[in-house]
Structure formats: C-alpha cells, structure tokens
Design a protein around this ligand. Structure first.
Ligand code: 1AL
Ligand code: ZN
Ligand code: ZN
Length: 507
C-alpha cells in the first residue's frame, strides 16, 4: 500500500495541479485583460461629432470589437439603433487615429535613468500617441544586432502602455556584413537608422555614403526604410565645431554657428545620390530613404524636392520644436533648447511650415531625446558642452495644433502627418486611419481647451524639468487614448497594467 501511495501520489498531485491550472486560466486571463483597459467591454461604440476619417471630419459612430474597428457609421447617430450597445459619447471632442511617433529615444536597457519604456510610454499614452518606434541609440548597448534587439524586447516586457516598434542601427561594423543585417531585420527591426555625423554615443559610430549604399541593398530585400540623421561635418568647417575662443557658450547664437545649414545640405546632397539606387530598376529598388528631423528649410529642402521629383523613394520628417521655436527667442543659458540639427531663425521656421503645408515635408515626429538633467548643465548654461536633445513626447499633439492653427491646419492634415504617413513608413498597414478592419487606436481630444504646462500639470516623462515646453500656455487637451481597443488613458488616469505590444516586422 505504501509503495502504491508513493508511486501514485506524485501522479495524482500532477493531474490535480494541471486540472487546477486548466480551470483557473480563463478567469485569470480575464482579470489581466481588465487591467489593460479602463473599460470592461471589448465590444462598444465611440460616438463623436468630429470623427477624423480619410474622407474628412464628420459626426460618426465607430464600432470597436476585439481591438479592431468593425464599422464606421458616418452621420448623426440614432440613439435607438445602438440601444443595447455600450456607447461612449464624446460629444464635440475630436476622435482621431492615435498618433504614431516614428522617432523616440526610450533608452532602455542601459540608460533607464534618462528615460524608460514605462515612463516614456505612459507619457505617450497621456499625449494621444498609440504607437512609437524606438531609436537604436542612447540605450546601452545600441540596437545594432539580433542579440541587442532581443535585449530591447526583454527590457520592454510588461512596461509598454502603448505599442512599440524598434529601428535597428546601421553602423560601420554591420554595414559590410549583410548576414548580420539579415539577422537584425529577420528578428523584427522595422528598418535601420544611421548617423552621418558623430552621434555622441560611443557604440553608435557614424556611417558614410558607402555604408549607406550597402545598407540600402539589404533593406531592399525586406522593403524597409533607412532613416538618416543628415548632417555632415565638411572638412573646411570642422574648425568652428567647438566655437571660437571669444564666443559666449551661454549664447544660443554661438551654438547655432557651430552647426550651419551647410551641414544638412552636405549630407542631403550625398543622400540624394545614394537614394537614386532606390528608383525603379536601381540597385536598391524596394528600399526607402527617410531623412529625420529636417531643420533647414532652404537648400536642403530644395535638394529633397529634386530627389523626389527624380523618382527616388525618399521622405522627410520635421519635429514640433522646429515649428514652434526660433533661434532668436532662445534665452541665454537655456540648454533645454539644445538639439541637433539646431533650431534655426524665425524666417526658416515659417518656411518649414510652408513646406509642411505644401506637402514637401511628409510627416512629423517628436525626436524625444532626453538625458539626465545633470547632462544639460543648467548651472553653466553652456550650449556647446550640454547634451543635445529635446524632451517633448507628451506634448507633440497640442504643440503642433497650437502653433499650426494660425496657419489654418486641419484635423485631416494632423492625421496625415502624425498617423497615416508614419504608419506607412513603419510598415504598419493596420494602423494610421479610422476605417474598418484597422486597429482601434484613437486619441480623443479637445482642440479648444487651453492649459498651462506648469508645475501642477501631470507630466510622465522621466524628467519633467528638462522639457523646452514647460511654462507654455497651449491648447489641445487629450481626454482619452485607446490602443487596440484598450482605453489606456482617460482624464488623467492610466490603465493599471501595461498591455502595449512590441511590434516586430513580419518577414
Ligand atoms: N543621441 C541622440 O539622441 N541624438 C539626438 N539628438 C538631437 N536631436 O539633438 C538625435 O536624434 O540626433
Ligand atoms: Zn538625430
Ligand atoms: Zn533622435
């Protein structure tokens, strides 16, 4: 009997625990799901008088089912037709596709004291951003291989409040190693990113046109883009890179002179050549070149226009800080405004707006690139030695709107610049527009509501005091953010669990 007991007891215990797990799983899943959303339903309707669809702005009722948009019924909705349904009526608030930020530095693993997946994506959710694509540098190690992409994914686990994809890095070490690039792209990097000038990060060295052409050949096979920080330090100008001895490092003008528009021009001239290979019949047909954070609205932009006219597959983004600020108004010593390329003069700012409105600039991104406050050297206010990068993630929608409304921008333009075109760049065919079968990713916001970014405002970035936007009065309050049907942010509250998904490219 004892022998029988000792033989069968473990087996009985195993069966009992399997049965326990089997019956427990559905209810435990349910409670996890409930934490993902501030709503309990997964089938409901969102109603608003201003729904932004590819067809325009109109009253509509949007049916959400299992994380996707099921139907979009345009026109005033008839309450009786939705009688048994769960309806969220947002009245006059604007319902737009969630923003897709293709350029954010979240810095994990390795520099989580600068920013992190949890803080960064909470800020994104509070700002109406439903997807962001993380840059391969500022984390440590940089995302330049299959292994380092895996470290990113590991670090992101259970910390994502919105969906997050990853760009891989193109650096000299992997540029001539197509099999290493293959592995990185097969592991799910949505595309590659490279720098044509020093990045400031030791394990992310700069690339030249030869590296870029090699990278484009590999990217062509996967039909994915190369994003480029387009500034080149011309030989003849390298001597002014650190400012002349008599110049005041606390003056923004001193910094501005160290990175003239000719740096952007030189890089874009080289990129114009390299991107010819993306034309139909070219060596890298299928690949795409995307210029990040364009600051110069003059010759650089002319080169971009010529390249597009010639049939190259090329797009360009600019960022809200280039549209909001001008060099003349940056106070002495206020290194919150330091970024590269630099914020240029007022006339340049205005022509950036024109280029955006005329469609020569394709999209917007945050280039949210924070650091620890110490590196901003606030005490010295030294623009030449302070770390460059603007901290802005949570504010990009109200900032674009507040500075754009005097140019008469429309909600459809906002949706194009912030959702539709970024989705295309990142290969996200299920995202970027309010139409049936797309992911139910939305921002609900009130363009007319003004508020102050003061000390009482809830900011979720890791370091609130380094943002260049603090102290501003702006308009466009985000009321709610939905990620694949989950209400992840509403009226100052986040869902209790981080249920955003890592986005990996499919082969
Ligand atoms: N290492 C960085 O994050 N650099 C960034 N810094 C800026 N833009 O000032 C960038 O995107 O180039
Ligand atoms: Zn850059
Ligand atoms: Zn950046």
């Amino acid at each position: 009997m004892d022998i029988l007991k000792s033989r069968f007891l473990p087996l009985i215990a195993l069966i009992a625990s399997l049965l326990f797990l089997y019956f427990r799983t559905p209810s435990s899943n349910k409670s996890i799901d409930a934490e993902c959303s501030l709503l309990t339903q997964d089938h409901y309707w969102i109603v608003s008088k201003r729904v932004v669809t590819p067809r325009g702005v109109a009253p509509a009722a949007v049916e959400v089912k299992a994380g996707c948009i099921n139907t979009v019924k345009e026109g005033e909705y008839d309450k009786s037709s939705l009688q048994n349904a769960h309806v969220l009526d947002y009245g006059h608030a604007v319902l737009m596709p969630g923003l897709i930020d293709v350029h954010a530095h979240l810095d994990e693993p390795g520099r989580e004291e600068w920013e992190g997946f949890s803080t960064g994506t909470k800020a994104a959710a509070a700002g109406g951003i439903t997807t962001l694509i993380d840059m391969p540098l500022n984390s440590f190690p940089s995302t330049v291989s299959e292994e380092t992409l895996k470290l990113k994914l590991e670090a992101a686990k259970k910390k994502l409040y919105v969906d997050v994809g990853f760009w891989g890095g193109l650096v000299p070490e992997n540029a001539f190693d197509p099999s290493a690039l293959d592995k990185l792209l097969k592991a799910g990097a949505l595309g590659l990113k490279s720098f044509m000038c020093p990045s400031g990060i030791n394990d992310f060295p700069m690339t030249n046109s030869t590296h870029i052409k090699e990278g484009l050949k590999v990217l062509a096979k996967y039909k994915r883009p190369l994003l480029v920080h387009a500034e080149v330090v011309p030989e003849s100008e390298s001597h002014i890179a650190h400012g002349s001895d008599e110049s005041d490092p606390r003056s923004y003008a001193t910094y501005l002179k160290t990175r003239p528009p000719s740096w952007e021009e030189a890089a874009i001239r080289e990129l114009k050549d390299a991107s010819e290979e993306t034309r139909v019949g070219g060596n890298a047909e299928g690949a795409h070149v995307h210029i990040v954070h364009l600051a110069d609205s003059r010759t650089s932009l002319d080169l971009i226009k010529a390249s597009k006219r010639g049939g190259s597959s090329l797009t360009v983004e600019t960022c809200p800080h280039y549209l909001a600020f001008s060099a003349e108004e940056i106070p002495d010593g206020d290194t919150r405004f330091k970024c590269a390329p630099p914020i240029r003069d007022e006339a340049n700012r205005q022509s950036l707006w024109e280029a955006l409105l005329e469609g020569h600039i394709d999209m917007l991104s945050s280039d949210h690139s924070p650091s620890i406050p110490d590196l901003k050297l606030f005490n010295e206010g030294d623009f030449l030695r302070a770390w460059g990068g603007i901290s802005s993630l949570q504010f990009v929608l109200p900032i674009t709107w507040s500075y754009g409304k005097i140019y008469g921008i429309t909600f459809n333009q906002l949706a194009n610049w912030w959702s539709e075109r970024p989705a295309k760049l990142a290969g996200q065919t299920n995202k970027g527009a309010i139409k049936s079968e797309m992911d139910a990713d939305f921002v609900v916001w009130m363009p007319e509501v003004e508020f102050e970014l003061d000390e009482n405002y809830d900011i979720y970035h890791k370091h609130r005091n380094i943002s260049a936007y603090l102290g501003q009065r702006i308009s466009g309050k985000v009321l709610a953010t939905f990620v694949r049907g989950n209400l992840v942010y509403s009226e100052g509250k986040h869902a209790s669990a981080a249920c955003g998904a890592p986005i990996l490219a499919e082969q």
